[in-house]
Design a protein around this ligand. Structure first.
Ligand code: ATP
Ligand code: AMO
Length: 434
């Protein structure tokens, strides 16, 4: 037997035709003379109905012994069934049992309830088959594909940057040290320094790649291994990167609305799924300090980041997508350019969705001497950045860019509060396996 159709490809047009479907048993109901199997594959489910007398006795006995999550290949006849999503169900002709499953499944797979998260993550390969998780990661797949389509169409070149590196990229977050033969090395925290070097070669570039952050954070938005979308625009300024990001966000949201209706309904996100208008609102950091003080009686000193409480408040006041611009230079990394009129203010920004930071970026320093001075001002040793500084000696163009956390965006799109649920196998300080 060879699989001929996905569940989503079945329709009334195939009435009376023979097909071969493959997947896992997500539900089985045995009622004396009838057995119903709901078979799940990557695009949904289809019901198989075996009625004694209609299917052979031998097949009926075989079906009766099948259990949940068994992997099956089934040759069947398509028949009309108005109640099913595709308007059809299947009458089995031949069943090949490819593999069985243990009887007592460790997580609830009925689709009705969710087991507790730790149990689910301990049995992630099974848990990921849960209908809700299937929906989350189908949306993730469209998200990644549409990001690529948008950027390629806009003439960005996809790059890969090394993930084993010799020195730190981002100040602030900790590095995971590793052994590289006899040398000390680290896992990369972000593509930052390499994407800047490469945009001086290939002009606009992007990467979707892993970043490793040794942060002992136990929040619902921090993990230790993330996939980040990095973009870097050449011959570009601050406004160009904001425009690129909001255009990308709008494109992707439109496509998800178009392609993922059933999944958004399953996740309870369809009703409120809105396409934001562009341009997104832009607020300076200073404006938001004033707003928090006036509307929430919250006093934040210039130079402090918004803590979780302040972010939550901001999200109540500004629930949509918006930019926070002109952060204090003191809390931005060395590669961010300062405002030409006021050196205490940066040309760095964050893209927020309500309370959650999705992306940060800014205009970069492209002058070698200024970059070197910034390193010194941040207490870093220019010697450690020798090869990076070298790239700025051969006509580095002005550039600007951003990094966006894929799982955080998926959280927003799926309405999932916990980032770990938006990563197939999340890495946190207390979870390295599975
Ligand atoms: P975000 O700003 O959303 O955390 P980020 O990882 O890019 O994204 P960080 O510089 O790591 O930014 O952290 C910024 C803020 O995140 C901090 O000001 C702090 O409020 C919050 N934060 C980080 N770790 C924790 C934690 N363990 N518990 C609560 N809040 C945290
Ligand atoms: P930053 O460190 O702000 O910027 O990271 C960019 C985005 O990545 C996501 N992110 C995380 N998501 C989950 N867990 C984490 N521990 C975590 N850390 C970061 C967030 C965040 O907004 N080089 C710059 C980007 C640039 O300037 O181009 C950078 O990495 O969504």
């Amino acid at each position: 037997l060879r699989k001929t159709h996905y569940s989503s490809e079945l329709s009334q047009k195939l009435n009376n035709k023979e097909v071969v479907v493959g997947g896992w048993v997500s539900r089985i109901r045995k009622l004396g003379k009838m057995t119903f199997i709901v078979l799940q594959d990557k695009f949904g489910t289809v019901q198989l109905t075996a009625k004694k007398g209609v299917v052979s006795d031998e097949l009926f006995e075989k079906i009766k012994n099948i259990g949940n999550q068994w992997c099956l290949l089934i040759k069947a006849k398509v028949t009309l069934f108005e109640k099913a999503p595709q308007g059809v169900e299947l009458i089995p002709i031949e069943i090949k049992i490819l593999n069985t499953a243990i009887e007592q499944l460790p997580v609830d797979m009925t689709g009705k309830t969710m087991s507790d998260l730790d149990t689910r993550l301990n049995h992630r390969s099974l848990d990921l088959r849960h209908p809700q998780n299937q929906a989350i990661f189908r949306i993730n797949s469209v998200l990644l594909n549409e990001i690529r389509k948008f950027l390629v169409k806009n003439k960005y070149t996809e790059i890969f940057t090394p993930k084993i590196i010799a020195s730190a990229t981002e100040g602030g977050t900790e590095l995971f040290p590793i052994k590289y033969f006899e040398k000390d090395a680290y896992l990369s925290q972000s593509a930052q320094l390499y994407k800047e070097r490469l945009c001086g070669v290939f002009e606009n570039v992007f990467e979707i790649g892993p970043c490793f952050r040794a942060e002992k954070s136990f929040t619902n938005r921090h993990v230790c291994e993330i996939y980040q979308l990095d973009i870097e625009l050449t011959f570009a300024n601050f406004d160009d990167v904001l425009t690129a990001l909001e255009g990308l966000v709008q494109h992707v949201l439109k496509q998800i609305k178009k392609q993922c209706k059933d999944d958004l309904i399953l996740l309870g996100q369809w009703e409120e799924f809105k396409i934001p208008k562009i341009p997104f609102p832009r607020y300076t950091y200073q404006e938001l300090l004033t707003l928090l003080e006036e509307k929430a009686d919250m006093k934040i000193e210039f130079g402090e980041d918004f803590d979780t409480e302040a972010s939550r408040k901001l999200g109540e006041i500004l629930p949509g997508y918006y930019f926070i611009t002109h952060w204090p230079m003191s809390i931005k990394p060395f590669y961010i350019m300062h405002d030409l009129d006021d050196p205490t203010i940066s040309e760095g920004f964050d893209l927020q969705k309500g309370w959650l930071e999705l992306s940060s970026g800014g205009t970069r320093v492209h002058d070698r001497n200024l970059l070197k001075q910034n390193l010194i001002d941040k207490g870093l040793n220019p010697e450690d950045f020798k090869s990076h500084l070298q790239a700025f000696e051969y006509g580095m163009p002005p550039h600007a860019g951003a990094g966006l956390g894929i799982a955080r965006w998926l959280q927003v799109l799926t309405g999932i509060n916990q980032i770990k649920e938006c990563i197939m196998y999340p890495r946190t300080p207390d979870r390295l396996d599975p």
